[in-house]
Design a protein around this ligand. Structure first.
Ligand code: ZN
Ligand code: ZN
Length: 659
């Protein structure tokens, strides 16, 4: 089989001509076979990757690729059932040909179609390398090629058509895409750990021996797919779309010795030929689970509108896809603090540089928190908020500066930006012109892509925001204790990391910034109003805002970054060494003076205040000198202008009381 060339594909006679034994030789094989598929985020060669320590990631495939899977599923659909499809009512036992409830036209009948909700791509260097190794050994063991599938497998046309989603297949060893239906969490676990052949068949029967069973038809795979009644994945089924290297086929409708024959080297796999063709392998390395496709079933009685409605809504996993615990049920409970490995850390360092627009802080550590209880609280808050504000959120403030910082580092660096002639595309360039991102290697870039910026719900003003704190406070917030501000009824979050870090006290130059997901809710001018969930306190010159969020349940403290700044350390030392606490009046008068003007203080004091004026010192540090602090509060210009007006919000009387 393999892909027909475009000239023959247009001719139906040529396309349906009987397949002959493949004559593809090793010399003409796709040269990219040993590398990773070009459309992967990790698309370098195995050597480059091995040096960097490998990768193991899952990404949502772009929505624009969903149709490739939808079409592949539709083309493989066969309106037939077997006894392996469980009775939906649980009343009929197993009987040959399947139960009447599952027959086309029955009640509820066979699903008439399947609708793709989400596609996850699995990029694992270890699984891929093992798969390629196994494939090479089959190629070597079958130098004359092998007898091809006749007719070609049902997924073949679409795999050939969409090479930007399905990497070229090696027809000389019957490499194909095939389906394996299962439950969402099992699918994720297979994607992470490969098939467990020793467990296979325990619940689904082993007509062809213990192995991994795949189908060329979605109708067969769907017989084994399960949803999670009453759970998060209620009504959502999973099918793995795997690359399988079948090699020499043992085509048979029943063979109790099939597994032994493959082990003895007589064949490489079994092709079961009953109602459906089943593809069975006995070595997990012969299969690469490249995609997890989540889908819904449609029965004849289901109204069309319902299907199109669920199609429009984007579906997300119960916990973020990049979490180590993605397959675990929240009810099972977990709490892990995971230190990001090298690539993740260098990406975060870039984010810090980008957010500050200067490389002045060193990332000491970056930790991701995976906590089932906190996540549950966050998700419940989100659901409640969604039903409360429904569509009444009209003020789209787009709290997305942090998101912009994140996105700026997700694109590949532009090759021309740094050359003397520059990039002709300017702002329209689809590659990154970010000066910090330019130094990221591929593994680090891919690490950044795992950040789920696409999952945020703008209507709820959900966004990533910075929460500055001390190391002790960081532990507090990671336990879910979101501390309220000392003077305001809520917690402050920041779009600007730079501003955020000024609002906390450091120790030995170390401060913590927690990158939180925050469900801000409805904006207003006074959070003591019942219908206001958050308000903007300040906006800086670049438009980045400081917000006050009322309810800490809508906060998930996902990444904890510990940062060191030698400048801060110096400043701390200077303040500690001050021998005299100036009075408020003295401070106020100092602030009116420029650095060089004569003043009642020592040069050291003048420098500090000059720095304060230049907005480079952490003013909370100065709060221990309460008189100085009150002096500093006086000029409104220093704090930045109250900005709600500029965002089209009603300027309330109560709000102007703050600050
Ligand atoms: Zn039945
Ligand atoms: Zn460019």
């Amino acid at each position: 089989m393999g892909c027909a060339s475009s000239s023959t594909a247009a001719d139906p006679k040529a396309a349906s001509a009987p397949a002959t034994e493949s004559t593809t030789s090793a010399a003409t094989r796709n040269p990219g076979d040993d590398g990773y598929p070009e459309y992967w985020y990790h698309n370098k060669t195995a050597d480059q990757t091995a040096n960097a320590g490998g990768f193991d990631d899952m990404f949502y495939a772009p929505d624009s690729e969903h149709h490739c899977f939808q079409e592949m599923i539709e083309e493989s659909y066969v309106p037939k059932t077997t006894q392996d499809r469980p009775c939906p009512k649980g009343t009929c036992g197993k009987k040959p040909g399947g139960c009447p409830c599952n027959q086309p036209g029955g009640d509820p009948g066979l699903p008439v179609s399947f609708h793709v909700q989400r596609v996850i791509r699995v990029e694992s260097s270890e699984l891929w390398d093992r798969y390629q190794k196994k494939k090479r050994s089959i190629i070597e063991a079958r130098p004359g090629g092998v007898e091809a599938f006749d007719p070609p497998v049902k997924t073949n046309n679409k795999a050939c058509e969409y090479t930007g989603t399905f990497a070229p297949l090696d027809a000389s060893v019957n490499e194909v895409y095939a389906f394996h239906g299962t439950q969402v969490r099992f699918a994720l676990s297979i994607a992470e750990n490969a098939f467990r052949i020793d467990l296979a068949g325990s619940s689904t029967g082993t007509l062809y021996g213990r192995g991994a069973y795949l189908g060329e038809s979605i109708s067969k795979a769907d017989e084994y797919a399960k949803d999670e009644p009453g759970g998060y994945y209620d009504g959502v089924f999973a099918v793995l779309v795997c690359r399988v290297v079948m090699g020499k086929l043992n085509s048979t409708s029943f063979d109790s010795k099939a597994a032994e024959k493959v082990k003895a080297g007589q064949f490489d796999s079994t092709c079961g030929t009953r109602v459906f063709r089943e593809l069975v392998i006995y070595d997990a390395d012969q299969c690469y689970p490249e995609y997890v496709v989540l889908y819904k079933r449609k029965y004849a009685k289901d109204p069309e509108e319902e299907v199109s409605k669920t199609r429009k809504r984007r579906f997300f996993m119960q916990v973020p896809l990049h979490w180590r615990n993605v397959a675990t049920d929240l009810a099972a409970g977990f709490r892990e603090e995971i230190e990001l490995p090298g690539p993740g850390t260098s990406w975060m360092q870039c984010l810090v540089n980008q957010a500050q627009l200067q490389p002045s802080r060193t990332l000491v550590s970056a930790i991701r928190l995976e906590d089932s209880q906190l996540w549950q609280r966050y998700v419940q808050f989100k659901a409640a908020l969604r039903s409360r504000i429904a569509d009444q959120s009209e003020d789209h403030l787009r709290l997305n500066f942090v998101e912009k910082d994140l996105r700026a580092l997700m694109k590949r660096p532009c090759k021309f930006f740094r050359t003397p002639r520059g990039c002709k595309s300017g702002d329209k360039c689809r590659f990154s012109h970010n000066e910090f991102g330019a130094d990221l290697d591929d593994l680090s870039l891919a690490a950044g892509r795992r950040l789920p910026v696409d999952e945020l719900d703008r209507r709820l003003h959900e966004g990533f925001l910075w929460y500055p704190c001390t190391e002790a406070e960081a532990i507090d917030i990671s336990q879910g204790n979101v501390k309220k501000d000392e003077t305001l009824p809520g917690t402050r979050f920041y779009e600007s990391l730079q501003t955020a870090l000024k609002r906390t006290t450091g120790k030995d130059g170390v401060k913590v910034a927690v990158l939180c997901r925050v469900m801000c809710g409805l904006p207003g001018v006074d959070v003591t109003d019942d219908d206001t969930d958050f308000m903007i306190i300040e906006t800086d010159e670049s438009g980045r805002r400081e917000v006050l969020v009322k309810d800490g349940s809508g906060v998930y403290p996902e990444y904890r970054l510990t940062l060191h700044s030698s400048e801060d350390e110096e400043t701390e030392k200077m303040i500690d060494s001050m021998d005299k606490v100036p009075t408020g009046a003295e401070c106020a008068s100092t602030m009116m003076l420029s650095k060089r003007a004569p003043n009642p203080f020592t040069e050291t004091h003048a420098t500090i205040f000059y720095n304060i004026l230049q907005d480079t010192v952490v003013y909370y540090n100065v709060r221990k000198y309460s008189t100085m602090y009150s002096a500093l509060r006086l000029p409104r210009s220093w704090h930045g202008a109250w900005s709600a007006q500029s965002h089209g919000l009603r300027q309330g009387r109560s709000s102007s009381g703050y600050r």
